[in-house]
Design a binder for this molecule. Structure first.
Ligand SMILES: NC(=O)c1ccc[n+]([C@@H]2O[C@H](COP(=O)([O-])OP(=O)(O)OC[C@H]3O[C@@H](n4cnc5c(N)ncnc54)[C@H](OP(=O)(O)O)[C@@H]3O)[C@@H](O)[C@H]2O)c1
Length: 249
């Protein structure tokens, strides 16, 4: 079974994670698709993978819950015994300023984006050590570049995710595991809540982007594949901005 490439994409019931899961399946990976609250969304991801001729398994996962993460990794151990690619995509946060946030709201982004990535890597590590061309991909964000008061906890949790990426990119290559981050600019997904439907907002994002358009999920999946499929297996510790350059402004 070692010849079967295996990946786990956290948060693949919708949005960016869904697009990455489908793309990896098309590239021959068996994909563990995970949902947290949106089982129907996860089912749709699995159906699209099947339609594309790929193979997957739908699993419930709460990345902020140690037992949930360890149980899923135990299942991967039982079914395949190794993991080639872990994509840390899952995130949840509340967009508020410090004045408007409760302590629990502040902690939400850390529990999901930061602790979720830490837990997923911790429990995936024994499996990744046994995987060929093993990769950890962090779906980070450009939010750390110009931390905004309106998304304070998300921006600071993202900064910590980037530090974790740097630390692990130094330590994990000893086990044959590369660690890279993909940094999308604003991407039109459900993550934006009501703002996803705000055409004017997305027009403004496009007009102010040096490339005159916004990031798409296809841009992000191509960046992920570029990092994983590096023919020299040397790309490690990179922060690949998929923003059209908007993060520089
Ligand atoms: N959209 C953007 O503009 C943008 C820009 C830069 C970076 N990013 C990053 O890209 C990633 C994906 O964002 P997106 O826009 O695709 O968001 P999205 O459409 O809201 O999807 C978020 C995914 O995370 C899952 N999730 C949330 N909490 C979870 C938990 N505790 N345990 C496991 N899964 C959980 C959700 O599952 P359920 O729906 O099943 O609950 C969903 O599958 C995030 O890390 C985000 O920070 C997004």
């Amino acid at each position: 079974m070692k010849s079967q490439k295996v990946t786990l994409v956290t948060g693949s019931s919708k949005g960016i994670g869904k697009a990455i899961a489908i793309r990896l399946a098309k590239d021959g990976y068996f994909v563990y698709v995970t949902y947290y609250t949106d089982e129907a969304g996860g089912q749709k991801t699995v159906e699209e993978i099947e339609k594309a001729g790929g193979k997957s398994s739908l699993q419930k996962l709460d990345v902020s819950d140690e037992k949930s993460v360890s149980q899923l990794m135990a299942l991967v151990e039982k079914e395949f015994g190794h993991l080639n690619v872990l994509v840390n995509d899952a995130a949840r946060s509340i967009d508020k300023t410090m004045e408007d946030s409760s302590f629990d709201e502040w902690k939400l982004a850390f529990d999901n984006k930061l602790h979720g990535a830490w837990l997923s890597i911790k429990y995936a590590l024994p499996l990744l050590k046994k995987g060929e061309n093993a990769n950890v991909i962090m779906i980070s964000s450009t939010a750390d570049e110009h931390p905004s008061q309106e998304v304070l906890s998300y921006a600071i949790a993202t900064a910590a995710v980037n530090s974790l990426t740097k630390a692990l990119a130094i330590h994990l290559p000893a086990y044959g595991i590369r660690v890279n981050a993909v940094m999308p600019g604003p991407t039109r997904t459900a993550n934006w809540g009501e703002l996803e439907k705000d055409d004017q907002l997305w027009k403004n994002f496009a007009e102010t982007n040096p490339m005159k358009r916004v990031t798409t999920t296809e841009d992000i999946t191509d960046a992920v594949m570029l990092l994983i499929n590096d023919p020299h297996k040397f790309l490690n510790g990179n922060f690949l901005f998929v923003s059209g350059g908007s993060h520089l402004k």
